[in-house]
Design a protein around this ligand. Structure first.
Ligand SMILES: Nc1nc2c(ncn2[C@@H]2O[C@H](COP(=O)(O)OP(=O)(O)O)[C@@H](O)[C@H]2O)c(=O)[nH]1
Ligand SMILES: [Mg+2]
Length: 252
């Protein structure tokens, strides 16, 4: 049984760090894992990727060849990578990995708005039994109920875009000792809605309704609170993904 997990999130939220920390955790637990770096512009990744898009496409070379600036080169690189996804992911199919951790470009927009995100899900389905998304949020940016609501809405948008169940995860909890999110979606959503209720603005009311929709479709009751630096909560992340994998196949 092989589970592929796509890590998506805004630049700097800790996708690469979390892939590194979770891969380390899995290896220590002797669970076979393969890491995939899909960022063609990364100068540095904090783990040694088993599969690396940079071996196929280099944003720097693309920039020089096509005379593009950094954003143009990144977009073009993603297009080139999208054409070769089956080839790039072939080592995954040949591996004995139970988990495939896919790290996406620092800037999520070059991934999520583009063809490659949907094609990646298809390509991962060909080499694994189930595919999930993890939306990585930065705990230091979660200051009030509107921030929480926005994060959950973003996670739901990613889910709708990728067409796979996508769970929010809150990273960098080591930097946010006052974090209000408890990790229990039922209680957290109730509290977020109450917090928004006190605001009496049109947008707060809109967000409240949107959060209710999210709550209706959320399958995961837990939102893991993790730190890629201290390693806290990584076990909770694993438990959640493991439970999701066990349910894999139950969904139509
Ligand atoms: N304190 C702390 N820093 C983190 C954590 N996760 C990532 N970082 C730092 O946040 C920055 C961005 O992390 P990175 O993994 O590159 O983010 P990405 O752009 O989403 O891949 C780096 O300086 C990391 O060291 C965490 O859990 N705690
Ligand atoms: Mg990264």
């Amino acid at each position: 049984m092989r589970t592929a997990v796509i890590f998506v999130g805004p630049a700097g939220s800790g996708k690469s760090s979390l892939v590194a920390a979770y891969a380390r955790w899995l290896r220590e637990a002797e669970i076979p894992v393969v890491t995939v770096n899909l960022d063609p512009a990364a100068d540095y990744v904090p783990y040694r990727p088993d599969v690396d898009v940079r071996s196929y496409v280099s944003a720097r070379e693309v920039a020089a060849k096509y005379g593009l600036g950094p954003n143009g080169a990144l977009v073009k690189s993603m297009e080139l990578a999208a054409e070769r996804l089956d080839e790039i992911l072939s080592p995954v199919g040949a591996s004995d990995a139970d988990y495939v951790l896919v790290d996406t470009p620092g800037q999520m927009e070059v991934f999520i708005f583009r063809d490659i995100s949907v094609r990646l899900v298809d390509a991962l389905r060909r080499v694994s039994d189930c595919v999930y998304g993890v939306f990585v949020a930065d705990a230091t940016l979660l200051r009030d109920p509107a921030d929480y609501a926005f994060t959950y809405v973003m996670a739901l948008s990613v889910q709708l875009r990728l067409g796979v169940e996508t769970a929010p995860v809150i990273n960098k909890v080591d930097l946010a000792p006052d974090l209000q999110v408890r990790g229990d979606l039922v209680r957290d959503v109730a509290r977020i809605r109450q917090g928004l209720l006190r605001r009496r603005t049109l947008y707060a009311e809109m967000l409240r309704d949107v959060v209710r929709v999210l709550y209706k479709y959320a399958k995961q009751a837990n939102v893991p609170r993790v730190s890629a630096v201290t390693g806290e909560g990584i076990e909770d992340l694993h438990k959640m993904l493991h439970e999701m994998s066990c349910a894999c196949g139950d969904l139509s």
